[in-house]
Ligand binder design. Sequence first.
Ligand code: GDP
Ligand code: GDP
Length: 454
Amino acid sequence: DAELADLGTDESSEDAEYDNDPQPVVAVVGRPNVGKSTLVNRIIGRREAVVEDVPGVTRDRVTYDATWRGRRFTVVDTGGWDPDATGMALKIAEQAQIAAELADVILFVTDAIVGVTDADEIVGHVLRGSGKPVILAANKVDNQQMELEASGLWSLGLGEPQPVSALHGRSSGDLLDVILDKLPETPKQRFGAERGPRRVALVGKPNVGKSSLLNQLAGQERVLVDPMAGTTRDPVDELIELGGKPWRFVDTAGIRRRDRELQGADFYASVRTRAALERSEIAVVLIDASGVLTEQDLRIISLVIESGRCMVVAFNKWDLLDEDRRYYLEKEIDRQLVRVPWALRANISAKTGWHVDRLVPALETALKSWSSRVPTARLNAFLTDLVAATPPPVRSGKQPKILFATQASTEPPKFVLFTSGFLEETYRRFIERRIREEFGFAGSPIEVTMKIRE
Ligand code: GDP
Ligand code: GDP
């Protein structure tokens, strides 16, 4: 009654791998030799994960893309990270903990022939406290008679054991159905129309041309609504249609009112800027190109960096510049904006309307970067190559390793590297740079952090 289910990845989906839909992550945990890699092979439908009879052999790849019934997900094989088998219980507990942190669903693989071991108990304990859905696979149930053995695994307190034979494929389709059942819905609507107009904060020191730009944008296009008019609430937003879409410019009352007493009052200006950033997704930082870049301009840019928002830097009053000044300014800007080489730039004239239409594509690019997610498998494949070519510097005689990486969040994109030792700041910055080169992220800040596992 072997059920050789036709499992696996349809190859055509590979090209479309890099999109904005976060792919759910299924982490496979379990002690050595229970059949994790055999099962991973089953799930991905390829003989790609290396099966070794030696327990704990390090495999160079740990993540795979899989598809089942049209649903795509990432499989993380948490086995094979550690070449030496000393302190296995601890390693297993840690492995389970990492899995619990990064996965949407945990597939806990046990060996039905051997039954529950101490290591299984430890994993069970960690996973019960994880708050993540756990599927308990009873592997090596190669035939009907073996099914009885699997029932002993109820004692792990993780619900019904799912009998499977990774080797022969028996019941592997059923197991995949159970996995699919527990996968979270992809939060598609976050990227769809329902999220409402994108929220823009127009920031910059007094007199750079914020209200002129607002007038220019609202005047050349249609102001859709004057929301909350007549209410006493302070921050008033304006919905302005640009490039066929409504955009919400936040806290425009402050810009339009042109509070004289606030002008020059740095503290309030920065409070207002912070508040606007808090309510926005993207900042347009306006800078007066006819003057010099001041401390105040740079402070505002710092506030945007702190806020984690994506950003477009618009150099206004471009109409006032002569050729020489333009050339010189470009150089100066490069020098001044070293902290934010990723920020998109636009040279505009709010007064004449020159190139103001270039703001919208810049906003769209930045927001797209801000919301995008690199699939775990693709990220890890990239890092594996990168680390092979340029290994992290040795620290106190040890070569730190990157065990696994994942993009933990979007808006802004944050990456977490699980490492076996401390990675120097310079090396992390190097990785950040290379991630940008490889995956884009124009206009968006990204963050790369590490979690050290011993
Ligand atoms: P891992 O260390 O957990 O990744 O385990 P492996 O996938 O390397 O498998 C360990 C051993 O168990 C190998 O010799 C496999 O052939 C064997 N094995 C894996 N799955 C099954 C199964 O369903 N039935 C039987 N009888 N053996 C299996
Ligand atoms: P805000 O304080 O940032 O809102 O700046 P305003 O929009 O009030 O502009 C301050 C001054 O700069 C006004 O006199 C504007 O006419 C002028 N201004 C704004 N944008 C431009 C521009 O693109 N070119 C020129 N030449 N003047 C501008």
